[in-house]
Design a protein around this ligand. Structure first.
Ligand SMILES: [Zn+2]
Length: 480
């Protein structure tokens, strides 16, 4: 079965058919770089990263664009987020944006999120935004008031088709001062007049000002991906008004579809509550990394479906860590055995196990990127592999290589939770050789009937998390 994606626009799962054969063009709304990235960003960008990795695994040529919002994102208070941050940190606005852009990529690198192919900055695309606004004015979808330009929601009849929200809902909560300028409270700013104290300002046909937030995404997605492009992604909290406004701008201006599949990532919750600074439960990625390995956080995210909410608790993260360690333990054991395994092709049993696992993994991923199902397939295989490793019948080099390749591909390339230097992480080859030395010493002691000493070695190793298993072919060790 071909890949199915839940499309928020049509509200159902659809077979994925790319616009250009063999290619996937995807745009995901990026961060506003005025503050450190938090766990919610982690969930969003890990999930989209795995989609991109899976498309590449399937053989698609992917072009992934994710913007950096460094201007124009207005807070509910009417304040520009970048300017508010710059005041808070006593920096120039662009200095602040650069600082947090670097910190964002640092955090994403640690989560093993592949960098987008293009990371366009809003501030670098002001001329293109002005051009789009001019088209909207010419076609009667926008109007100018005192140097600001607003989108006329009543002129574009399809407004609301993505979010299903009615205009009246959009009007609730709009600030009174702004309402006076707009013809309708649901209209939204394309361009804002810069007040004298506003530092970030650009010349435009309507005087000095700065762009509204939504316009940058309509411009930067279509500039690099064309229109229509395949997939537009983002957090579900941005579906309305941000994504609704993106659709309105691009489709009203060019009279053709904007993005064909809309993919929305579910919310992150902290112990059942939304994460908010005001609730005191706000967790930056940097703080989370102090406590959990970034790959454990990544794995934890992937244990839930991307569309659902993800509830963060210490227990759930610890459990994710234990699960990931089990998978790593088996990959380590395979790699260790590879060094001493007898030559020979892969056994029929291992070939069948690998084929079944790959099929189950792909079946889950093809079903709207069901990562929990894909991970379950890997756990099923791991139980079988552990059974084979402990059966006392040594696996051939061919079998071990086939298993190692499958873990590298699925757990590594697609899910991104297999460190390249897995052996080095436990403490290098030397550790393995020292454990082997103790195992041999224990065997010698047993031969000499020094059972108490032999047992002591086994117990002391167990205390260090190294489990010994005796079989007819000798003793193997695993990490618990
Ligand atoms: Zn956006």
């Amino acid at each position: 079965m071909a890949l199915q994606i839940y499309n928020s626009l049509t509200r159902r799962k659809e077979a994925f058919v790319p616009t250009h054969e063999g290619e996937v063009r995807i745009y995901v709304c990026g961060p506003t770089v005025y503050n450190d990235a938090h766990l919610g960003h982690g969930k969003t960008y890990v999930n989209f990263d795995v989609m991109v990795r899976y498309f590449r695994y399937l053989g698609y040529k992917v072009l992934y664009v994710q913007n950096i919002t460094d201007v124009g994102h207005i807070l509910d208070t009417g304040e520009d987020r970048i300017l508010a941050g710059a005041r808070r940190e006593r920096m120039q606005p662009m200095q602040l944006a650069e600082t947090y852009t670097r910190r964002y990529f640092r955090d994403m690198d640690r989560l093993n999120v592949t960098r987008p192919d293009i990371s366009p900055r809003a501030s670098g695309h002001i001329p293109e935004m002005i051009e789009l606004i001019k088209v909207l004015l010419e076609k009667g979808f926008a109007y100018e008031v005192n140097g600001s330009v607003y989108f006329d929601v009543s002129a574009w009849k399809e407004y609301g088709k993505l979010s299903g929200r009615r205009l009246e809902e959009a009007q609730a909560g709009t600030r009174v001062e702004v309402m006076e300028e707009k013809r309708d409270p649901a209209d939204f700013a394309l361009w804002k007049r810069a007040e004298p104290e506003h530092i970030m300002r650009w010349n435009s046909p309507w005087g000095e000002g700065f762009p509204g937030w939504h316009i940058e995404c309509s411009v930067m997605s279509t500039k690099y991906l064309g229109q229509p492009f395949d997939i537009h992604g983002g957090g579900v909290e941005n579906k309305f008004p941000h994504h609704e406004c993106e659709v309105a701008q691009a489709e009203a201006a060019w009279n053709k579809p904007f993005a064909r599949y809309w993919v929305h990532n579910g919310m992150l919750m902290i112990r059942g509550e939304e994460m908010h600074k005001s609730l005191g439960n706000f967790i930056t990625l940097e703080a989370a990394f102090q406590r959990w390995d970034p790959l454990v956080i990544r794995f934890f995210v992937l244990l839930s479906h991307y569309r659902g909410p993800l509830d963060v608790t210490d227990e759930a993260l610890d459990a994710a860590g234990a699960g990931l360690n089990r998978l790593w333990g088996t990959v380590r054991a395979i790699r260790r055995e590879l060094g001493v395994a007898p030559e020979g092709p892969a056994s029929a049993e291992v070939q069948a196990l690998v084929a079944e696992t790959r099929a189950a993994f792909e079946r889950s991923m093809d079903d709207d990127f069901n990562t929990p199902g894909a991970i379950a397939a890997l756990f099923d295989m791991t139980r079988e592999v552990n059974r084979l490793l402990n059966s006392g019948m040594p696996l051939t080099k061919g079998s071990l290589t086939l298993l190692d390749e499958l873990y590298s591909r699925l757990l590594g390339d697609v899910l991104g939770v297999l460190p390249e230097n897995l052996e080095a992480e436990v403490g290098s080859e030397l550790t393995g050789e020292l454990i082997r030395l103790l195992i041999d010493t224990r065997a010698e002691l047993r031969k000499a009937k020094q059972y108490a000493l032999a047992d002591q070695i086994r117990e002391r190793l167990a205390e260090l998390g190294v489990q010994l298993q005796d079989g007819p072919q000798g003793t193997i060790w695993t990490l618990s």
